[in-house]
Design a protein around this ligand. Sequence first.
Ligand code: FAD
Length: 490
Amino acid sequence: QQKVIVIGAGISGLATSIRLRSQGYDVSVFEANSYPGGKLTAFSAEGYRFDMGPSLFTMPQFVEELFKVADKPISDYFEYKKKEVVCNYFYEDGTTFSALADEEKFAEQAAKTFEVDEATVLNYLHRSKSKYDLTASLFLEKSLHKTSTYLSKDTLKAIFNINSLDLNTTLSNYNAKVFKDERLQQFYNRFATYNGSSPYQTPGIMSMIPHLEQYFGTYIPKGGMHQISMSLYTLAQDIGVKFHLNTNVDEILVEKSKAAGIIANGKHIYADIVVSNSDVVPTYRRLLKGHKAPERILKQPRSSSALIFYWGITREFPELDLHNIFFSKDYETEFDYIFNKKEVHHDPTVYINITSKDVPKDAPDGCENWFTMINVPSNTGQDWGSIIKAARQNIITKVSRLLNEDISKLITYEAVLDPKSIESKTQSYQGALYGASSNNKYAAFLRHPNFKQSIKNLYFCGGSVHPGGGIPLCLLSGKIVSELIQKANQ
Ligand code: FAD
């Protein structure tokens, strides 16, 4: 039986370990933290429970697949329900908009709220779907770095239709061409943030992202987002994956151009195959020190990071749902601050996630657990202390104004997470949420491959490598890695 070592128990490391174990490998996962899940973790304090990182759950089919490959009934581990209200939006001019899951109802509501007709909205969504259908199998489900990927029928189809992918325009220009109403443009521009990019730089092909939310739907796991990582951790253990928590890996052993194991706690631990779920930058800088690093790839600008206030709020707001957005007045300037100035604008878009709407025990009776987040630049040494102080005040003023209630008086519990702490907790380079940003049309090709040509039996999974960040893509990178390993060992 071949031995596999997975470095890191992030969502992608968990997915990879489940798939490889199900294929018959002897799999051990080494995780620096005392808990699995990486960014997908949670904490509780003073009667409140907070999901710490991801809050939006789409494409649950990729989680389901893991239970299928492990041949275990998902219902023994994980339950989730669909959200009918996807997100509530609040604009500075007083407009409010509830985005509904049902496509027809969504278009009807959009036509009532914005200057747009239903057909234009539906047509946008259909184009979004065709972009996804044309490119998913090429960009998301296979290695971009194997010739076989380019010899497939799907690839030829995508190439023949390249003009319909809107690669040569930015997402914001594409949206401005379709929609006259600037509020609707802002609505669709926001999808760039789903992979930590700027709508003013990322290509128009990102207009496929609304399709994921609208067509595949958004979900909330019973017990909150944390259940995604915890159920996969339990599943992995049940099928025989061995976990070594509190164990930082210091080096990847390479012998005769082949991965041979790791060094952790001063011990050499040998294996036939090594998979790094650690961010690709520290994988090279710390774990593969003597080896040539792909500098061009490692130097790609990072995606945005996040500043989060976890607030215990002693009131319930019926106008809020699980996901809520309070838009900035000037979106372009907000993104100019994040990606060009690498600072935080005084009027940021505020996202409030409240799991107690769907998981009532997440907050005491009559209270709500607010995960209050703004997009911020990745950590390049900014003075986070003063950024946090100013942002806290700006957020409170903005949300209080739009909700007509002084929320500062309702905050009885507070914890904060900033890019520096994301970096130190998960070893993610600069605390970026999604690895490199997708702020140019070549970004997909400039992500690190899932394998390394010059070191055999070394593989890479997770948000900083192909196909990218976010839970669905991280789960897919686990799938790509397990398929590459299977093929190499046939
Ligand atoms: P990580 O979660 O980064 O985990 C890597 C693991 O490897 C860590 O546990 C780390 O301790 C371990 N590790 C690293 N180096 C070593 C080493 N040398 N030795 C041992 N262990 C090591 N995604 C969504 O889909 N929806 C969202 O709504 C969303 N919102 C987000 C909000 C926030 C605040 C954050 C932080 C992220 C968000 N994301 C969201 C992104 C999503 O969380 C990530 O893309 C995904 O969880 C990354 O998983 P991963 O497997 O790449 O690794």
